[in-house]
Design a protein around this ligand. Structure first.
Ligand code: PLP
Length: 386
């Protein structure tokens, strides 16, 4: 049989089987520790960045299988899983940055990341410059040679689905470049192919995909992941084998879930654009979206997230509360279509200027499109708009 490189959608089904010893479904290694035959073996295991059979905060076979799968999907040498997306992001920032170091990030960020960089980093003397991630050249211009250690981007970004140019980010040399690729998933884009150093996911979202696992992961070069490991085992936000098994289970069906969510989101976005009570529909699959061309060039799929404004005083909250099928809940990428009011929840920390900068307001609603029949999702949204 001729050797061909399988499509990533196939790799999502085949990857990460090292921990299962022949079982077809992921095996959960429910043990905190492993025996060693002698002290020399224990000594070797204690200091190995790749040993998954020593102590489960350091490594665990189920977690290692999940890491292996994500690394393969991202075209990375290695990956490290964490107890959550924030566990992954805070480990990356604190493992690589020290007091006096400088970090560049976009201001279009997930709320938790914005608080990590805006409130926690200054306490440790890590200086952060925020830029507009959609402005060409903004990241590179903010880099201070010799002082900037990390450049952090998120694309598509919360909550207005802003798109960052991955080629431009990957061309920055010197600092370590990092992309939070949660909204895209490993099947939607591959930041490392563009020269980016590390890719981060909240696997709590579409990767695990069923709202039953809290999980994060970072993938990149072996050397960077080994360094990260040294901090991560002390930081202690290690992934549970149960969550890692759900992460693997989720990867098996990610391709078909993503395809369905993106096609429903596209139909919904087109319906909303034509609706008289709605404005400012942000969905990368719409030609009117300012990041559309970039998204079309660097993404395989425009994803299942969209946001829009419901016109009228208090109308967004009224709309969200009239939804019947669509539920009010924070999170994304799962089977159920979910609505959030960003300024009340994920972005409650923003002042008026911060909202304007992100292009969101009281009127903004974010939807994570689920797996229900598209006709039912669209009917519910249209009916709640009144
Ligand atoms: C949810 C999310 C996070 C945080 O992940 P948790 O698993 O909730 O800690 C980080 N970045 C993005 C883009 C997210 O959507």
């Amino acid at each position: 049989m001729a050797e061909t490189t399988p499509d990533p959608e196939t790799t999502a089904v085949t990857a990460g089987r090292s921990g299962d010893d022949g079982a077809l479904a992921p095996t959960i290694w429910e043990t905190t520790t492993f025996t060693s035959p002698d002290v020399a073996a224990a000594r070797a295991a204690a200091t190995s960045t790749t040993e998954s059979r020593f102590y489960s905060r350091n490594g665990n076979p189920t977690v290692a299988a999940f890491e292996e799968a994500v690394a393969e999907l991202e075209g990375a040498e290695a990956a490290r899983a964490f107890a959550s997306g924030m566990g992954a992001l805070s480990a990356v920032v604190l493992a690589f940055c020290s007091s006096g170091d400088h970090l560049v990030a976009q201001y279009q960020l997930y709320g938790g990341t914005a608080q990590l960089l805006g409130a926690v980093c200054p306490r440790f003397g890590i200086d952060v410059t925020f830029v507009d991630g959609t402005e060409p050249g903004a990241f590179a211009a903010a880099v201070q040679p010799g002082r900037t250690v990390l450049v952090l981007a998120e694309t598509p970004a919360n909550p207005a689905l802003d798109i960052v140019d991955l080629d431009a980010l990957g061309a920055i040399k010197g600092p370590i470049t990092v992309v939070d690729s949660t909204f895209a998933t490993p099947l939607g884009q591959r930041p490392l192919d563009h020269g980016v150093d590390l890719v981060v996911h909240s696997a709590t979202k579409a990767i695990a995909g069923h709202n039953d696992a809290t999980l994060g992961v970072v993938a990149g070069e072996r050397e960077l992941i080994d360094w990260l490991w040294g901090f991560a085992v002390i930081h202690g936000a290690s992934a549970s084998p149960h969550d890692a098994a759900n992460g693997l289970r989720g990867l098996r069906t990610l391709a078909v879930r993503l395809e369905r969510q993106a096609s429903t989101a596209q139909r919904l976005a087109e319906t909303l654009v034509a609706h008289p009570r709605v404005s400012n529909v942000r969905y990368p699959g719409l030609p009117s979206h300012r990041g559309h061309d970039l998204a079309a060039a660097q993404m395989r799929n425009f994803g299942g997230l969209l946001s829009f404004d419901v016109d009228g005083d208090g109308a967004a909250v009224g709309f969200i509360e009239r939804l019947a099928l669509v539920r009010i809940a924070t999170s994304l990428g799962g089977p159920e279509t979910l609505a959030t009011h960003p300024v009340s929840t994920t972005h409650h920390h923003l002042n008026a200027d911060g909202r304007v900068r992100l292009g969101i307001s009281d009127a903004t609603v974010r939807l994570s499109v689920g797996l229900e029949h598209p006709d039912d999702v669209i009917a519910d949204v249209v009916s709640a708009l009144g």
